[in-house]
Design a protein around this ligand. Structure first.
Ligand code: SF4
Length: 384
């Protein structure tokens, strides 16, 4: 398949692995954070960590959209469905993310709340049209990639006069999160987390372009390479990060030129700017309150803002005791550092958000990596 098969060729992967091994300086280490859950998934699925030398490490970042939403916002969505008797529409993964009291939207649905899984904002609009006597709320989550469809739905609802449709807006912004990670004490002061460079987001960058990363590449002296999601994209991008570090350069480079430009998608950006505005602060799981990192609906579109239409409880809630998701999302720990991994917590019974989506680090470890580390420690084990 075009744009798929040519980016999964084994012989090219071996050539890139050889180039990385040749150019990575054995006297130093390279810690490369992949921001996106899609990259985390590709790294585990294709065993890319095994193809690079030991001193090149992929560090998993907070780029899984369902992973970073704090429990308090899921509790808010549940309250909408239960206390306000709305039809709550949500993407599938979100239904399984644990909320307060070991509950989830899935459990609330089983107990009678009208919570419906949708594949797109258009599904939510259709449900609103089909149920004129009920309030329908779309539980909007995700990074800059999923924001434009939410905005289109709001504009469409206004154009159609759909008075029973509103959005519980939880969209978040990538550059603010990366900047927050780089400013954290673990990275900046204590040095307990090494992040030498970034694989920049793919689909997010298709919307916002590569330009927004230029500030912190220079300010924090970390190279950023916008990387596609296929295994050869990730290998090529890792090589580009290593080259920059070897040459003392801290620039934004774009490996994913078949999709991403420096300016991004101006039409999508204009639509988002018309309907949404930045919140002063927004809570992220793992990162805490991050300034100017979330979006809300502008006053001009307040009739479609579920937070203006309903009273939604707002409170900060701690993660499940023992769950290391917050540390994993900051790159401080790995899934196997969590005592619950693979015992109490599995994809069938997730204790934290990182075990729910296939883009979550714990779910990716579980699916593709849980035997790899044990095997690698076995005498005679070799990656072919
Ligand atoms: S294994 Fe489960 S409990 Fe542990 S960090 Fe991952 S999601 Fe949280």
């Amino acid at each position: 398949m075009k744009f798929i098969d040519e980016f999964r060729q084994g012989d090219l992967a071996r050539t890139l692995a050889g180039a990385i091994a040749a150019e990575a300086d054995p006297a130093r280490s390279y810690h490369i954070m992949e921001f996106c859950g899609g990259h985390t998934h590709a790294i585990f699925r294709y065993g890319l960590q095994d193809l690079v030398p030991d001193n090149v490490r992929f560090v998993h970042g907070p780029g899984c959209p369902v992973c970073v939403l704090p429990i308090g916002r899921i509790d808010g969505a549940m309250a909408l469905a239960e206390a306000h008797d709305v039809i709550l529409c949500s993407y599938g993964d979100m239904l399984r993310v644990p909320a307060s009291g070991r509950r989830s939207l899935m459990k609330a649905k089983a107990e009678g709340a009208d919570i419906r899984m949708v594949y797109s904002t258009q599904d939510a609009l259709r449900i609103a049209r089909d149920n004129p006597g009920r309030q329908v709320v779309f539980f909007a989550i995700g990074f800059e990639t999923t924001t434009p469809p939410t905005v289109v739905a709001i504009r469409q609802a206004r154009a159609e006069g759909l008075a029973n449709f509103s959005v519980y807006c939880n969209h978040v912004l990538t550059p603010a999160a990366i900047q927050n990670i780089l400013s954290s004490p673990e990275v900046r002061d204590m040095g307990t987390v090494s992040i030498d460079g970034f694989l920049g987001p793919s689909h997010v960058s298709a919307i916002i372009g590569s330009q927004p990363y230029e500030f912190f590449a220079e300010e924090f002296q970390r190279p950023v390479v916008i990387a596609g999601f296929e295994p050869l994209d990730v290998m090529q991008s890792a090589l580009m990060v290593i080259r920059q570090l070897n040459e003392g350069r801290y620039e934004v480079e774009n490996e994913y030129t078949r999709v991403v430009t420096r300016e991004g998608n101006p039409k999508a950006k204009a639509l988002v700017a018309e309907v949404l505005e930045m919140r002063r602060t927004f809570e992220w799981r793992g990162l805490g309150l991050v300034p100017y990192s979330g979006l809300r609906i502008k006053a001009d579109y307040a009739e479609f803002d579920a937070e203006a239409r309903f009273t939604i409880p707002e409170q900060r809630v701690d993660d499940v005791k023992g769950c290391e998701c917050p540390a994993i999302l900051r790159g401080v720990k790995r899934p196997t550092d969590c005592k619950l991994f693979g015992t109490v917590c599995t994809p069938e019974n997730p204790m934290g958000s990182c075990m729910v989506s296939s883009e979550g680090a714990c779910a990716a470890y579980w699916s593709y990596g849980r035997f790899r580390e044990a095997a690698a420690a076995t005498p005679g084990y070799a990656v072919s």
